[in-house]
Design a protein around this ligand. Structure first.
Ligand code: SF4
Length: 232
């Protein structure tokens, strides 16, 4: 028996709805990522690009007044990140410091001012790039982030990167590099060459706060950012 137009329309709607449900389920990134990759459904390169769905405002809304880890108890302000939602480069630091905690903005203290100068030296302005941290709340006394805090907060960094879809990530300092690249190889070895974070090229370099203490390392950072500029 032939299907009527209404039958076909109904079947089509059912197929579309099940496809939407399938896509939504598989966009639960990165939990399902390895599963998807194993099935060859997601290209190895540009995986975040392929899976983009939420925009930054939606990610911020989902994060809300986050109490997912204990750092909410000691923060003054949550520091989500700021900059161009379509930035070609995202700078990822470790966590907010004292100035950032007070202002609710990333990289606004002395180290932040140095990062701004680096960005300008790259021929851009802060509004051209996106700046954020692995943790959105300041650890007390600027101590190192704990693994449980990183595990809890990192999914929001992944969602930010998925929303922005940058060409390059610049990991600022040991902690950002180690967290993004899941390694404990020293930053002195990691810096100066591109690695990969979910298919996005990552250039680790020294944290601006380190440069304030060790101005001699500025030359190496300049070499690293030149490689970024060339790649962009
Ligand atoms: S550090 Fe991240 S996970 Fe912890 S409370 Fe802040 S926003 Fe939430």
């Amino acid at each position: 028996m032939k299907n009527t137009g209404e039958d076909l329309e109904g079947e089509l709607l059912t197929v579309i709805q099940s496809l939407k449900a399938h896509i939504r389920e598989n966009l639960d990134f990165p939990k399902n990522l390895s599963h998807l990759c194993m099935r060859g459904e997601v290209p190895r390169e540009g995986r975040i690009h392929s899976l983009s769905i939420m925009n930054l405002e939606e990610v911020r809304e989902e994060l809300g007044e986050c109490r997912r880890c204990s750092l909410w108890q000691v923060r003054k302000n949550l520091v989500f990140g700021e900059g161009n939602s379509r930035a070609r480069i995202v700078f990822v630091g470790e966590a907010p410091g004292g100035d950032e905690d007070i202002q609710g903005r990333p990289f606004v203290g002395r180290a932040g001012q140095l990062l701004t100068r680096i960005i300008v030296a790259m021929g851009m302005e802060r509004k051209d790039v996106y700046i954020c941290n692995i943790l959105k709340c300041r650890p007390p006394g600027n101590r190192n982030p704990r693994p449980d805090e990183i595990n809890t907060c990192e999914p929001f960094l992944v969602k930010q990167l998925r929303a922005i879809r940058p060409k390059i990530i610049c990991a600022l300092g040991t902690f950002a590099a180690h967290t993004l690249l899941k390694t404990d190889v020293p930053i002195t070895v990691l810096r100066g060459r591109f690695h990969s974070y979910h298919g996005i090229p990552v250039m680790p370099t020294y944290h601006p706060a380190y440069l304030l203490r060790n101005p001699g390392a500025k030359k190496q950072v300049w070499e690293d950012v030149q490689k970024i500029m060339k790649a962009l």
